[in-house]
Design a protein around this ligand. Structure first.
Ligand code: ADP
Ligand code: MG
Length: 420
């Protein structure tokens, strides 16, 4: 028997034990409960799962959740079951599929997690007609768009699957969707434009600074000297990681490398040393950071341009998760962009336009004489104030120095010719 909750606040407390909603969660949940299809763009860690799990326990029937990775599904399943939510996964590795199908048909499931491939299977579509569906939740919804960074053709089959149930609302969720990708997700999944909810991207305690790279070693050493707390320096290649880690180690600070080419044991040891440390610096490729829980990182530096604004936001977002002041410093040079444009030729054709737009957006962030935070937040669909007072451009005022002027001219030349 399913418990009945008086309202969302009561269910939130009873099922999840949380005192309040965060950010736009309440707004998303309200729309879903009113059977209004929605695309919610919320950053990683903002609590997207709750926006379908809570309605799932309140609504009659089963919420069908589409998720791209079996490992992710099993994590979600564990967490949901721990909260007393009646949940199951239906994947090729599950041995209890018959039981799960029975539970779905009997209305004994709040959540049914499936991979997008299921959508193309006739017998799965038939199964859906045998139970009662409360909601379709599409996690990692950017996978439906070729504009996104992780296109999964199977996501395109979700629309016809869902169209067979016109009365069932749809909730698409993603952390990373620029303007193009968002519009595409809405269209591909049949969600009305007014169903878009974006929020929660601002990290006010992070001070953003983006500087021309003239003497990276000196610039990074100065950063280390100014910031005694733990920090991460991202470098584009394993060789550069090794080299920088060696050079910066001479300053007396503990500096360790991290990249996928290191022995798994060394990587694990360096990572635990970093997590435990109050002053260590990790020089790393982008392989470092996912799933690392260290709230007191005081700076994140990029020794070269990251590959997109999304990547920049995600990587800098590892700074200052405790809410205390932190800095994000990017060093860039024109050849970062020249190289990115050269790599375009190797990108599959259908992804090239999206990739080019991503490079251009990053160039705008680097070049802007205006507030970096405002540009970042607008990129993610928010409507921020024009100035933040906590980025280099807001602090150092709009003047553009000689060095940048030279760099800007170079960059414009690259735009015109497409190469250096
Ligand atoms: P996302 O999918 O957006 O990255 P998750 O759904 O995995 O985020 O949630 C991230 C964490 O936030 C989880 O540990 C979750 O339990 C927690 N969380 C979600 N909503 C709330 C809330 N309203 N109050 C407190 N913690 C929350
Ligand atoms: Mg999630």
């Amino acid at each position: 028997p399913r418990p009945i909750y008086a309202d969302t606040a009561e269910a939130l407390h009873a099922v999840f034990g949380f005192p309040a909603f965060r950010g736009v969660q309440a707004q998303v949940v309200d729309r879903v409960l009113a059977a209004q299809s929605t695309l919610a763009v919320m950053p990683t860690g903002a609590g997207k799962s709750l926006t379908y799990q809570l309605p799932a326990v309140m609504m009659e029937g089963t919420c069908v959740v589409v998720s791209p990775l079996i490992a992710l599904m099993h994590d979600q399943l564990r967490a949901a079951t721990a909260n007393g939510i009646r949940a199951a996964t239906l994947t090729s590795v599950d041995t209890n599929r018959e039981e799960t199908i029975e539970r779905f048909r009997n209305g004994d499931l709040d959540l049914l997690y499936v991979a997008p491939e299921r959508a193309s299977q006739q017998h799965f579509r038939e199964l859906l007609t045998r139970g009662r569906i409360s909601l379709f939740a599409i996690d990692e919804a950017h996978c439906v768009s070729e504009w996104g960074h992780d296109f999964r053709p199977d996501y395109r089959l979700l629309r016809p699957m869902m169209d067979a149930f016109p009365d069932v609302p749809r909730l698409a969720l993603t952390a990373t969707a620029d303007r193009h990708t968002r519009a595409d997700i809405l269209e591909q999944l049949g969600i009305p434009t007014e169903g878009l909810i974006v929020s929660g991207f601002d990290r006010p305690n992070i001070r953003y600074a983006i500087r021309p790279r003239d003497n990276p070693l000196r610039q990074l050493q100065a950063l280390l000297d100014e910031h005694p707390g733990p920090g991460i320096i991202y470098a584009p290649t394993r060789a550069q990681v090794e080299k920088l880690a060696g050079q910066l180690s001479t300053g007396g600070r503990q500096v360790l490398p991290y990249h996928a080419g290191l022995d798994a044991q060394v990587r694990a040891a360096n990572q635990s040393a970093f997590v435990a440390s109050e002053d260590m610096v990790m020089v790393a490729t982008v392989a470092f950071g996912m799933g690392i829980d260290k709230p007191d990182v005081r700076f994140v530096a990029h020794a070269a341009c990251p590959k997109s604004i999304e990547a920049y936001y995600q990587e800098t977002g590892r700074a200052g998760r405790d809410g205390d002041p932190a800095v994000a410093v990017m060093l860039w040079a024109a050849d970062d962009f020249a190289r990115a444009r050269q790599r375009l030729a190797e990108v599959e054709e259908h992804r090239r336009a999206g990739e080019r737009t991503r490079i251009d957006a990053l160039a705008m962030l680097v070049e802007t004489p205006h507030c970096r935070r405002a540009l970042l937040l607008r990129h993610f669909g928010e409507d921020p104030p024009a100035t933040c007072g906590n980025c280099d451009n807001c602090i150092e005022a709009p003047g553009i120095t000689d060095g940048t002027t030279v760099a800007r001219k170079l960059l414009s030349a690259i735009y015109r010719t497409g190469q250096l």
